[in-house]
Design a protein around this ligand. Structure first.
Ligand code: ZN
Length: 144
């Protein structure tokens, strides 16, 4: 029984023309165990032997690396500055000048004389709001 591969024997190779793993006839050998040129039985083109199992293995390794990279780049925490940037970018309409006498609602953009622009993140109680400024969250009074 000759299980060994050799010239004239059939072997599965990844055909670069058919783009499929197909039966090929070995034309020349690189070594006793490694085919060099093979001929596709389907399209009859002669090409370098491409081990289909080797190619598959490499592709799956690439996929693992890629998914690991994606997981690693995912941010779990955002800085106050990043949150502020997002909130300001989402803003539609104009900002309101801050005054203790004014009334603010969730999502309102405030122009504060000291802290700059901020977004109302939370209504704490009737007279207090939590505002996200570029550097920090601050509690401000309103409806006084
Ligand atoms: Zn082919």
């Amino acid at each position: 029984m000759s299980a060994a591969i050799g010239v004239g024997k059939e072997i599965l190779s990844n055909c670069s023309k058919c783009k499929l793993i197909l039966a090929h006839i070995i034309v020349t050998m690189k070594s006793a165990t490694e085919p060099d040129k093979v001929q596709c039985k389907t399209c009859k083109s002669t090409q370098s032997f491409k081990d289909p199992s080797a190619k598959k293995k490499k592709a799956s390794v690439d996929r693992v690396i890629k998914s690991a990279k994606r997981a690693g780049s995912k941010k779990s925490t955002e800085t106050v500055g990043e949150l502020w940037n997002k909130a300001i970018n989402k803003m539609t309409g104009s900002s309101k000048e801050y005054s203790m006498k004014a009334s603010f609602a969730m999502g309102d953009v405030i122009d504060h004389p000291t802290f700059g622009q901020g977004v109302v993140e939370k209504l704490i109680d009737d007279n207090k709001i939590e505002v996200l400024f570029q550097d920090d969250f601050r509690t401000l009074l309103h409806k006084k």
